[in-house]
Design a protein around this ligand. Structure first.
Ligand code: ARG
Length: 462
């Protein structure tokens, strides 16, 4: 009973920690999220210890029973987490003593919290990476659905936010699918690097007990045990990789959000959202604002910040374990939560988005977006070097600009002033849909290509 409220190291200590330090030094409010992984790793560790006859079989059985009971208590919200015991590892060990008595004392044989925490954390990050990839798949599905309905929707593509060339809205959306597939690969690659189990490295030096690290590694789903006990407890590369992949993915979502904010503005009016994803103004009765897109864009800062914080924690930290490392989990959990929310808000935005096709098409016709098509025509059909065709097309644009008309409003007579014998159907060259569909090169915006790509992306999902 007396030991109940004592820390593990109380025999060595003359005084208990100050209340203030206890609060600041404890990580339980954050790392209780690792309870499943902690219990899983402890059970496997105990099985290994009994198999290797390092601890008595009966005590091992009692420990495992107790750990399972603790899991149920936490699952059912019946577990009392105590700041006094600092973190999830000691909270669980303390409770185990209450449930199974002295048998609990065998659990921490041949391990330290240093290898314990990094084992739990690696298992968690692995699961989180798979979870993020599943959510990215849902976003890809939403994008594919929206793209399928907008293959013929022509809009201006921009460079420098100036009208550049006509493109399909579907092609624009598919650009984000490419980014998201790269994101998925990043998270997947990270998993292959996480795949080494640190358990058994103990504090930093390894252990004199005859443990079987291959057994624990395999049972915990790792490919093999880590190779150096010092690196094992000091390595947080996997956290940095996760934060980095999250920051890059958040950056992609932020660009999508920014595009939507621009396209949804009155000035552009290319798209609109249903009320499900809009908010009003407390003073301006007419307003409907795309808040989710702004949150996605803004919160990318959180993902960047967490990566930067983790890199900075590691910089200059002597190797093996230091308390600095304790804050790694808050950063990773926060990035995971933020990215998951941003992904699900992106899905909702896409699902609630309608295109204003006429506005898009009208805008695609502005800004002489088919001037390049005319230069291409002169190069392809009139055998001019491209630079010559480009120069003639520039003059045509200057002429149309002076006359305040679009290129497709020029008469053949006017065009013939710039290039003789333009026999074929020039006005067709200036048509934005024709322009879009002429881009048949691999990866281009023609509807034919888009249909092929949609099929390909769909096949990747299965
Ligand atoms: N709560 C600690 C952390 O998250 C566990 C490891 C503690 N190890 C130690 N030597 N204080 O990093």
């Amino acid at each position: 009973m007396k030991n109940k409220n004592k820390t593990v190291w109380s025999n060595r200590f003359g005084k208990t920690n100050s209340k203030n330090f206890q609060r600041i030094g404890a990580s339980i409010n954050v790392d209780k999220r690792l309870y499943n992984e902690d219990i899983q790793a402890s059970i496997v560790h105990t099985q290994m210890l009994t198999k290797k006859k390092i601890i008595p079989r009966n005590d091992g059985i009692r420990i495992i029973k107790g750990l399972k009971k603790i899991k149920t208590e936490i699952d059912k919200n019946k577990f009392k987490f105590k700041e006094k015991f600092e973190d999830i590892h000691q909270n669980i060990e303390k409770r185990l003593f209450q449930i199974v008595g002295d048998s609990a004392g065998y659990l921490h044989t041949a391990r330290s919290r240093n290898d314990q925490v990094v084992t739990d954390f690696k298992i968690w990050v692995k699961k989180a990476s798979l979870d993020i990839n599943e959510t990215i798949n849902l976003l890809i599905k939403s994008l594919l659905k929206k793209a399928s309905r907008n293959i013929d929707t022509v809009m201006p593509g921009f460079t420098h936010l100036k009208n550049a060339q006509p493109i399909s809205f579907a092609h624009y959306l598919l650009a984000y699918i490419e980014m998201l597939y790269r994101d998925k690969k990043r998270f997947k690659n990270n998993i292959s690097l996480i795949d080494e189990c640190p358990l058994g490295s103990a504090a930093l030096a390894g252990t004199s007990f005859n443990i079987d690290r291959n057994y624990t590694a395999k049972k915990l789903g790792f490919r093999k045990p880590t190779g150096n006990s010092i690196d094992s407890v000091s390595d947080r590369d996997f956290a940095i990789d996760f934060l980095s992949a999250s920051a890059t993915c958040a950056m992609h979502l932020s660009r999508l959000a920014e595009d939507f904010i621009i396209f949804n503005s009155e000035a552009f009016s290319f798209i609109e959202f249903t009320d499900k994803v809009l908010t009003g103004s407390s003073i301006m009765p007419q307003k409907k604002n795309p808040d989710p897109a702004e949150l996605i864009r803004g919160r990318t800062a959180i993902n960047y910040g967490n990566l930067n914080s983790m890199l900075t924690i590691m910089k200059g930290l002597p190797i093996s374990y230091y308390k600095d490392l304790q804050d790694d989990k808050e950063l990773v959990f926060d990035s995971f939560d933020t990215l998951k929310d941003s992904l699900s808000m992106s899905i909702e935005l896409i699902d609630n988005l309608n295109t204003k096709k006429n506005n898009m098409r009208n805008m695609a016709q502005k800004g002489y977006t088919t001037a390049t098509d005319f230069a291409d025509y002169l190069a392809q059909k009139k055998n001019l070097p491209f630079r010559k065709g480009y120069a003639i097309s520039s003059k045509l644009v200057n002429y149309a600009e002076r006359k305040k008309i679009r290129l497709d409003q020029l008469s053949m007579k006017e065009i013939n002033k710039f290039i003789k014998n333009t026999e074929i159907n020039i006005p067709k060259i200036f048509d934005v849909v024709n322009s879009m569909n002429s881009k048949t090169s691999y990866g281009g915006t023609s509807t034919k290509n888009i249909k092929k790509m949609i099929k390909k992306y769909k096949s990747y999902l299965n």
